[in-house]
Design a protein around this ligand. Structure first.
Ligand code: ARG
Length: 491
């Protein structure tokens, strides 16, 4: 049993190592110098798939959010004397993030619609653009009028006004996806035949991706304005924002920003060979791996502790405790982890004002989820320990709890070590869902590279390769550990 005691320090060491590698802030892209405590911060949310308004660029091997909206936000922060912090997330997560107070404002090419006005307040308008129809180059002549789009397959970004426009086209079959680059992929892979786009965004895409073009058809009411969203009732911030917007309007600055942004967006030339591709974006992947390791290590560690507790409750002779444990296990195993993540991150914030950071929400979800599986593993392990062990301990006069702690549980854990190892492997892979709420893990970074390079395959294949390497190394380590432990047995 001595050897088991070594596992805990080993786990701890692993944890320390991960913590040491971890840069210290849990959010994606806090793009600013370290803050002095007195300085006010202005945290903005955006979906950086919307060149020229907001998009990613590689600077020294790392991703940087740039674009005209970012330039406007910088001006606002400057006028406020605040430090700008940028949080990247999907477009449809922006309003929930604002409502739950995780960001101070949204500047993401957002149109102030009546529906949105019910949930958030908007600044003055800062830009107006028109809507266009994007299609494959060979099809441009097909869509000269909006009537030609009836019954067509149309792609849009989830939660955008383009989605509403597309839904308004008679008989259209609308496919909604998370990012603008996914919409263009739908188009290039023939899954949809047309897409509704904001004019300048469509132009930026046409410039960088071959094979797509803007059609003649123009959606009705095609002029759509943009404004900055703040939490409902935050008139103070709206006023501050409006002062800056007014100043920018006086010099026509926004047009200049858009032009500058268009120049920046010259399109990354991604290497055509997967190895140089990986090398060019290694900084992204390295950052992602740190978060993935941190999340999985903490998820399994807390999952281990909570799971052990639940297993003991599950085996308790007190009926109510037993039922609590069974419900816990069934609920967590019987619902998708993504749903659990969203409830913990957004649900708790809006219903009970419990606001975890993205990293905290990620760790909590992974811990709870794996604890349910680990509880069942422990239960099997404990039940597998010969009944005679407990009887012998009891007849020696040991109290039940002590016998459990010192005799049964150590043997049980040793017996189920391979199963625990498996759970670790599972968590490494499953942790990829936290990218959904914006934890900058490996999956998140792979998506960033995907948006950045307009390349559909390599960023994901590289991520898959890295996940595979991590799980293979872990399995190897676990094998060694297991062999050591069983060697201890035969002595
Ligand atoms: N203007 C449109 C809207 O408000 C689309 C904005 C999409 N923005 C983005 N960053 N992807 O729905």
């Amino acid at each position: 049993m001595l050897r088991l005691k070594r596992i805990i320090p080993m786990l701890m060491a692993l944890l320390m190592l991960t913590l040491a590698l971890y840069p210290g802030h849990g959010q994606a892209n806090a793009q600013s110098a370290s803050s002095t405590d007195e300085k006010r911060t202005l945290t903005i949310g955006l979906s950086p798939d919307f060149a020229p308004y907001e998009f990613l660029m590689t600077v020294d091997g790392k991703s940087k959010v740039v674009g005209s909206d970012v330039m406007i936000a910088e001006e606002i922060a400057k006028d406020m004397g605040a430090e700008l912090v940028i949080r990247e997330m999907s477009f449809d997560s922006l309003i929930p993030a604002l409502q739950s107070g995780r960001i101070d404002m949204i500047i993401s090419g957002m149109t102030p619609t009546d529906e949105r006005r019910q949930n958030v307040d908007f600044s003055d308008l800062y830009y107006t653009s028109r809507q266009v129809i994007l299609t494959r180059s060979e099809d441009v002549d097909k869509y000269k009028t909006m009537d030609a789009l009836q019954g067509e397959q149309i792609g849009v970004q989830t939660g955008s006004i383009q989605e509403e426009i597309a839904n308004g086209i008679p008989d259209a079959q609308v496919t909604a996806v998370k990012t603008i680059s996914d919409v263009v992929s739908l188009l290039s892979s023939d899954r949809v035949n047309a897409a509704v786009f904001e004019g300048p965004v469509a132009e930026a895409q046409v410039k960088n991706r071959p094979g797509i073009a803007i059609a003649e058809a123009v959606p009705e009411d095609s002029d759509t304005p943009m404004a900055i969203a703040v939490q409902k009732g935050n008139t103070e911030l709206v006023n501050e924002i409006n002062v800056t917007l007014e100043r920018l309007r006086a010099t026509n600055a926004v047009d200049g920003f858009i032009q500058q942004a268009n120049e920046l967006n010259s399109g990354e030339t991604a290497p055509s060979n997967i190895f140089s591709f990986f090398w060019k974006y290694r900084g992204f992947y390295a950052d992602g791996v740190k978060y993935t390791l941190l999340l999985s290590a903490l998820g399994v560690l807390f999952g281990f502790l909570i799971g052990l507790l639940i297993a003991l409750l599950r085996l308790s002779s007190v009926k109510i405790l037993k039922w609590i444990a069974i419900t816990y296990i069934e609920v967590l195993r019987g619902t998708p982890m993504l749903v659990q993540l969203l409830i913990i991150h957004f649900g708790l914030a809006s219903a009970f004002d419990i606001k975890f950071s993205v990293l905290q929400s990620g760790i909590i979800t992974l811990s709870l989820n794996s604890s349910a599986y680990l509880a069942e593993i422990f239960r099997a392990g404990i039940q597998n320990v010969d009944k005679g062990q407990m009887e012998a301990a009891r007849s020696l006069g040991m109290p039940r709890g002590m016998a459990m702690r010192t005799i049964i549980i150590p043997q049980a854990i040793k017996g189920v070590l391979p199963a625990i190892g498996n759970e670790f492997v599972v968590i490494i892979k499953e942790s990829s869902i936290v990218s959904f709420i914006g934890v900058a893990d490996l999956m998140f970074q792979a998506n960033a590279v995907r948006t950045l390079t307009y390349s559909g395959l390599y960023p994901l294949v590289i991520a898959a390769g890295i996940y595979l390497i991590m799980t293979l190394i872990l399995s190897k380590l676990l094998n060694v550990l297991e062999r050591r432990l069983s060697a201890g047995d035969s002595r």
